[in-house]
Ligand binder design. Structure first.
Ligand SMILES: Cc1ncc(COP(=O)(O)O)c(C=O)c1O
Length: 361
């Protein structure tokens, strides 16, 4: 597999190598919400098991209704997908862009989808000296050169940086002028401190060139459910829908989606947890020697080992032998074997990691 498309969460490998039960491993490599889902979700699946004896509704009407309510967007702006990943691949396959602008380091599957379709990729380097923050004037001057597609991830995985709404609107306006379609991945946006003040969903009716991607994967901690969605102008949604295979969202996902969106207490608790734990964990990590901690707006943190000759691979092996997984970030463009990413977990797990890092660094 392409090195750029490595992912976190390979828990089975660590369990096999070191003889752990998977349930005993503390996984900081995969960026998902650590709070347990309410019991009602499991019970509902059990009680409605018979739904699986039928094909799912091809239009996913109930699911889209629930999402229309959750996102406050019209029904015809919504298209469901098998995780955000299906929609990344479907967008590229449908639009067949020739020239693509891709700020990096960022999520590896963009590259996968673009390579599958032989796109010409221009990597825009997010610079370490700027804490990986986008240099807006410089970026706009590059965007002006004219691309068929721009892919943006906000907040960006793995850097944790956020493009604020004003800057994002400036970018989208510029893209509109040059007929550039923008695929804006908001998979982690529900974790940022001010979701509605950051997401551009409210502005979508002014942009026929923008597709926003979201998923249940990270916030509802269900990567195995494979449920994502795209929010875009109906003209774009129709184009994608024409190319899409039927039933890629399975019956379990279609069943659970509306129920998940109604878990207002879980959503509230998640926001409380992340707003408290993100600054706390970042601060605790900053106090460790030989480590640089980058600012983050997501539910994960990018770090760099500062000691000369230190490698993440060595740290990773030591932590794995103690049943703790981290994400080596060397597979991302412009990052090397001194960078790693940590998911933000519950307080006691975070403190267990800090204690282990104190011993190992
Ligand atoms: C930025 C980003 N977008 C999309 C995805 C994929 O989401 P899904 O599992 O819903 O396909 C990931 C997974 O890590 C991601 O980091």
């Amino acid at each position: 597999m392409d090195n750029k498309r490595i992912h976190g969460g390979d828990i089975e490998r660590v369990a096999r190598t070191y003889g752990f039960n998977t349930s005993d491993i503390l996984d900081f490599s995969s960026n998902i919400n650590p709070l347990p889902l309410p019991r009602v979700v499991k019970d509902y699946l059990y009680e409605h098991f018979d739904t699986l004896t039928r094909y799912p509704d091809r239009d996913y009407s109930e699911l889209r209704q629930a999402l229309a309510f959750y996102t406050k967007m019209p029904l015809d702006y919504l298209l469901m997908g098998n995780g955000a990943t299906e929609l990344i691949y479907l967008t590229v396959q449908t639009l067949q862009p020739k020239r693509v602008l891709l700020p990096v380091p960022s999520f590896g599957e963009y590259e996968g989808a673009l390579q599958n379709n032989n796109c010409e990729i221009t990597h825009y380097q997010l610079r370490e000296e700027l804490g990986f923050k986008l240099d807006l004037p410089n970026f706009l001057s590059v965007l002006k050169q004219g691309y068929d597609l721009l892919i943006l991830c906000n907040p960006n995985n793995p850097t944790g940086q956020l493009i604020n709404k004003d800057d994002m609107l400036t970018i989208l306006n510029e893209a509109q002028k040059t007929n550039t379609i923008v695929l804006l991945d908001e998979t982690f946006i529900e974790f940022v401190p001010d979701v509605s003040g950051t997401s551009i969903l409210d502005f979508l009716d002014g942009f026929e060139n923008v597709l926003v991607l979201r998923a249940f994967t990270k916030f509802f901690a269900l990567p195995g459910l494979r449920l994502g969605y795209c929010v875009a102008h109906p003209s774009l949604v129709e184009k994608l829908a024409e190319r899409k295979e039927p039933w890629t969202v399975n019956g379990v996902a279609a069943l659970l989606g509306p129920l998940l969106l109604k878990q207002t207490e879980f959503i509230r608790q998640t926001r409380t947890w992340i707003n408290k734990e993100r600054p706390y964990f970042s601060e605790q990590l900053s106090q460790l020697n030989k480590l640089k901690v980058y600012e983050t707006y997501g539910n994960f943190i990018l770090l760099k080992l500062l000691e000369k000759g230190a490698t993440v691979q060595a740290l990773q092996e030591k932590l794995e032998s103690r049943g703790i997984m981290i994400r080596n970030a060397a597979s991302f463009h412009y990052l090397d074997n001194t960078y790693f990413r940590l998911a933000i977990k519950d307080r006691s797990s975070n403190m267990r990691l800090i204690k282990n890092l104190e011993e190992l660094l």
